[in-house]
Design a protein around this ligand. Structure first.
Ligand SMILES: Nc1ncnc2c1ncn2[C@@H]1O[C@H](COP(=O)(O)OP(=O)(O)OP(=O)(O)O)[C@@H](O)[C@H]1O
Ligand SMILES: [Mg+2]
Length: 347
């Protein structure tokens, strides 16, 4: 089966061609101009998707050495995401499917991230513990199959990636925050400032707003506020390293709870924040400690990409799912494959 995948939920336009499990093409066009605005401007994002989508589809097909006639199905991100941005890729894909009489698969962007480990040569195995950390989501999941995803926990406020972006802005590192904090952290002392980890009633949930406020208070009390004086570089590096360390610890504590409580075969770390070196290393070490197979996608497949959308479309078609062409795009999270956690001993 050959699948054309299209992703346009935020600031990346991406088109991929997937043949069975082999990625024939995965082109990603990132809208770097948002850097000038300190964050993604939705209207500009939609316009940029429109400008590039047709040529990117042609380029991806050429790279895969395919024509539209060779394609069996088209999968496109239906949500969650910025509605204007989503509509560009989604309506383009749906129109193409209608015109060329192809199967059409609306794909949940987060489900794309969740199964992105399957794009790697070494595949994860079910039951699979997934830590999905991106710009908009922080989820701890137990996937029993491609169509049964148990949500163990999620963030009750900011997503991990959002915390990276907000703290980077706060300490003057700018946008995009994740990679900039990682770079500064490499030169800093992660033990220097004991930033707190939220202790929540629900043991699998996450919270990053207290940590963010704690960084703000530290900056205010030590340097008189983020805007008044630029923070000296050595202090900046220590703040970045200590903040990053707190995020990694907060994420891994919950993974360890799940490893102790549930029957798990393998572990996967996915989403944009999975690009973080410190988090990747810590996740690998946790897998070693519990003797679990760990699959973390290569960097190209951590951030938004269409290969994961094509793979998710393929896994749903293989599971016998069918989708009416009339399905609309949805800006908010919605998935019928997510189920609430049953009692641990029934798993
Ligand atoms: N090296 C890194 N360290 C930490 N965070 C990172 C790193 N690289 C990217 N990120 C973060 O990843 C996030 C982007 O990930 P992604 O593109 O998956 O999110 P999104 O698509 O905007 O949100 P969602 O997938 O939840 O809809 C940003 O918040 C960015 O700061
Ligand atoms: Mg994403």
């Amino acid at each position: 089966m050959i699948i054309l995948g299209i992703e346009s939920s935020c600031d990346e336009t991406s088109v991929a061609v997937l043949k069975d499990d082999i990625i024939l093409a995965n082109l990603i066009s990132s809208q770097d101009f948002h850097i000038n605005f300190g964050g993604v401007v939705p209207e500009l994002s939609s316009r940029a998707h429109i400008q590039i989508i047709t040529s990117l589809v042609k380029e991806a097909l050429a790279k895969a050495d395919c024509t539209l006639d060779d394609i069996d199905a088209i999968g496109a991100t239906a949500g969650p995401g910025l509605i204007g941005a989503l509509l560009v890729g989604y309506t383009f894909a749906r129109g193409l499917a209608f015109a060329k009489k192809k199967k059409f698969v609306p794909v949940n962007h987060i489900e794309g991230h969740i199964f992105s480990g399957f794009l790697m040569e070494e595949k994860p195995q079910f039951p699979l513990l997934v830590l999905a950390v991106s710009g908009g989501h922080t989820l701890l999941l137990l996937a029993k199959s491609f169509t049964e995803i148990i949500k163990l926990g999620s963030t009750i406020d900011d997503a991990a990636g959002e915390a990276f972006d907000k703290v980077a802005k706060m300490i003057g590192l700018g946008y995009p925050g994740g990679p900039k904090i990682q770079l500064a952290a490499e030169k800093g002392d992660k033990q220097k400032i004991p930033f707190p980890i939220a202790d929540l009633k629900d043991k699998y949930n996450f919270s990053f707003s207290g940590l963010k406020t704690s960084v703000l208070r530290y900056v205010q009390s030590t340097f008189g506020g983020p805007k008044d004086t630029p923070i000296p570089e050595n202090h900046l590096n220590d703040i970045a390293a200590s903040f990053q360390y707190a995020v990694v610890r907060a994420l891994l504590i919950k993974c360890e709870f799940a490893l102790k409580e549930y029957n798990i075969s393998s572990m996967s770390l996915v989403g944009g924040v999975a690009a973080n070196k410190e988090l990747r290393n810590a996740f690998l070490q946790l897998g070693e400690k519990y003797k679990k197979k760990v699959v973390i996608p290569e960097l190209e497949y951590c951030g938004d990409n269409a290969a994961m959308i094509a793979f998710r479309a393929q896994s749903l078609l293989n599971a016998g799912e069918t989708f009416p062409l009339e399905t609309d795009a949805f800006p908010n999270f919605s998935s019928k494959y997510f189920i609430n956690p049953p009692l641990a001993d029934s798993l």
